[in-house]
Design a protein around this ligand. Structure first.
Ligand SMILES: CC(C)(COP(=O)(O)OP(=O)(O)OC[C@H]1O[C@@H](n2cnc3c(N)ncnc32)[C@H](O)[C@@H]1OP(=O)(O)O)[C@@H](O)C(=O)NCCC(=O)NCCS
Length: 195
């Protein structure tokens, strides 16, 4: 029988975490950071951001779900209003920055924010995503917060299914124009759950 445990992440989890961050981004990190001649790409920048102790995507803001002793999923979470820089700042073409700026501008002040949630494909569908969300809910409640918030692409049906099932509702949305390097449809939703 498979056993799932949820634990704080460690620096040695960084390579797995970076891959899960890229997966959860749904193409947005590749859109912003890849294909810049002479500059580091999304995977390299993400690994640096996760390894640092001082970034919003740091390993030290992550809960890991282990399935039979192996990292299978993760969630990066922290107060929305107290996030340090992402650690991904780099010179990006102005049109790319402008394209994603509406996503980054949409947030829920006062909430506990889920920056990233992902479960590896092999472990998906076994309640790990739900378990990670409930672990974050317990943590945020313990810290005195009354709301969880997150952003999700409107065409990410599995994630939205999970969020609805765990009590999130859409409170805002933003349109993102179609772009051949970021072929998502329907924009991005801001979802909130009361604790
Ligand atoms: C979205 C994701 C985190 C779900 O994790 P998971 O561990 O597979 O989800 P769970 O097994 O805990 O599922 C819990 C609920 O989510 C919903 N759900 C999960 N997968 C779904 C799917 N493919 N379609 C519709 N709903 C789905 C269901 O309501 C499910 O409840 P049920 O089992 O009672 O039907 C996972 O698919 C994933 O990592 N996807 C890629 C990365 C990503 O998109 N992250 C979110 C970015 S915002």
């Amino acid at each position: 029988m498979s056993e799932v445990i949820i634990r704080p992440a460690r620096p040695t989890d960084a390579p797995v975490l970076a891959a899960l961050d890229i997966l959860a981004g749904g193409g947005v990190y590749e859109f912003i950071y890849d294909d810049r001649p002479g500059e580091p790409g999304a995977a390299q920048l993400m690994l640096q951001a996760v390894l640092s102790a001082d970034t919003a995507l740091s390993w030290n803001r992550v809960l890991i779900a282990e399935l039979d002793g192996n990292p299978a999923g993760a969630v990066t979470n922290q107060p929305y209003d107290a996030q340090p820089p992402s650690g991904l700042e780099a010179s990006v073409p102005a049109d790319r920055a402008a394209h994603v700026a509406p996503i980054q501008a949409m947030g829920r002040p006062g909430s506990w924010f889920i920056n990233m949630l992902a479960v590896g494909a092999m472990a998906s569908g076994h309640g790990i995503g739900r378990g990670l969300i409930e672990a974050v809910a317990d943590k945020a409640r313990g810290e005195g917060f009354a709301e969880l918030s997150l952003r999700v692409f409107a065409d990410n049906a599995p994630a939205i299914g999970l969020y609805r099932k765990t009590g999130f509702e859409t409170v805002a949305s933003v349109e993102i124009p179609h772009h051949p390097r970021l072929p998502r449809e329907g924009g991005v939703l801001l979802m909130v759950r009361e604790l």
